[in-house]
Design a protein around this ligand. Structure first.
Ligand SMILES: Cc1ncc(COP(=O)(O)O)c(C=O)c1O
Length: 402
């Protein structure tokens, strides 16, 4: 459908071949001391340049990046993290793994966190807000940062679905305290599995490095900023050089992909803007979107279902690119369990699912997440494809909602 995996080609092959020839498959160990491994380090360096972040760290997945970010922030038992109910499984599981408590919030018509939810949900235990920039669009970062700062909360930006996206001229991931990305197979830039983390804060960087490398802080990292904090028990989430090679080839195409997708999105959005009964997803910063998936809302879930069927019949792909569902629809949320059944996240809540973890507690998320139609776009699409999509939506909307 035109994201990173479709573009795998000569650039990836060249860099992978370089790693194989060097026989140094681990970023920290050189088989030939004259030729230190460079792929993961170069990936981090180029990603810093792309995002403008002071530090970048490559890890094994977006989920690992989330755990490193939460660990860097020092989150643990007794702490609460506010996150949108409409987000990816790992957004919840990473919090639970650290023994902290996910507190679910409503989304708004951006399909990202509603900033007003921070005031509603904050408690003396709240330590951080996790913002998910859903499918290539930044949330309302000005209001989110303002409310979070007001309450003294840290902001973790999950940019797994929004690499390279910007808000107010700055790349997402660099607006809050720490940002993460995923390089998993279905992402705009991908290496099968993989993740990245960025921050401007040297202490958060060092703690994230220690999280990802069993508590260690090795020389290449200390060369960027000296050690300041004591070691602790970390995980092992180090990225391999082969993964780094593929990821490096992919991030070098990022801005080109964004320009193409944004152009396609603009073309379809212009064609369908203002149609009666059809509302485009709100874009807090339209100039900064990725554009690889266009969303619009229709008046009811029945119309959304029929619209999707009719678009499919007309050969317009409208299958969602993510498996995102509200957390309260999943079994892990219904049980409130972690792997042991003993982590303290939900113990104090007693009966389960407790208030705040049931569909009935999220009328707006329930409504919005059932009333949208999503249109994947990508570098495999041509301007003619975009025009066909726009014209088809226009025709069907006259019939179904007009
Ligand atoms: C919003 C969000 N966060 C985190 C992740 C986790 O990334 P990964 O699959 O690389 O672990 C994903 C993956 O789909 C995601 O969509």
């Amino acid at each position: 459908m035109g994201l990173g995996n479709i573009l795998v080609g000569a650039e990836e092959r060249t860099l992978v071949e370089q790693v194989l020839q060097s026989r140094s498959l681990n970023r920290y160990y050189a088989t030939d001391p004259a030729r230190p491994p460079t792929m993961v380090a170069t990936l981090e360096q180029e990603f810093r340049a792309i995002t403008g972040a002071r530090f970048a760290l490559a890890v094994t997945s977006g989920s690992a990046a989330l755990e490193c970010a939460l660990g860097a922030l020092g989150l643990g038992p007794g702490d609460e993290v506010i996150l949108p109910a409409w987000s990816w499984v790992a957004c919840w599981t990473s919090i639970v793994h650290l023994g902290a408590t996910p507190v679910l919030a409503e989304i708004d018509e951006t399909l990202c966190l509603d900033p007003a939810e921070i005031d509603r949900l904050v408690s003396p235990r709240t330590k951080a807000v996790m913002v998910i920039h859903y499918q290539g669009v930044a949330g309302r970062m000005d209001a989110i940062l303002e409310r979070a700062r007001h309450h003294g909360l840290k902001v973790l930006e999950d940019c797994a679905q929004a690499p390279g996206v910007s808000f107010g001229g700055r790349r997402v991931g660099t607006l809050g305290d720490i940002g993460i990305y995923s390089l998993q197979h279905n992402k705009p830039v991908c290496s099968g599995e993989g993740g990245l983390l960025v921050t401007d804060d040297p202490v958060l960087y060092e703690r994230a490095v220690r999280m990802h490398d069993i508590g260690q802080y090795r020389a290449p990292h200390a060369a960027q900023t000296p050690a300041r904090v004591p070691s602790f028990s970390g995980c092992q989430f180090r990225m391999a050089e082969l993964t780094g090679a593929v990821a490096l080839a992919q991030i070098r195409r990022l801005d080109h992909m964004i320009a193409q997708c944004r152009g396609l999105h603009e073309r379809v959005a212009t064609a369908i803007a203002g149609l009666p009964g059809l509302r485009l997803r709100e874009l807090p910063d339209p100039a900064g979107i990725f554009g690889y998936e266009l969303y619009y809302f229709v008046p009811s879930r029945e119309i959304a279902r029929t619209f999707t069927e009719r678009l499919t019949q007309a050969n317009v792909n409208c299958g969602r690119r993510t498996g995102t569902y509200p957390h309260y629809t999943f079994e892990y949320c219904h049980t409130g369990n972690d792997h042991s059944g003993r982590l303290p996240a939900f113990v104090q809540l007693g009966e389960w699912p407790a208030a705040g973890y049931r569909a009935v507690d999220f009328p707006r998320t329930e409504d919005l997440s059932h009333r949208f139609v999503s249109i994947p776009l990508g570098v495999a699409y041509s301007p003619d494809d975009a025009d066909y999509i726009g014209a088809t939506i226009k025709r069907l909307s006259r019939e179904l909602v007009g």
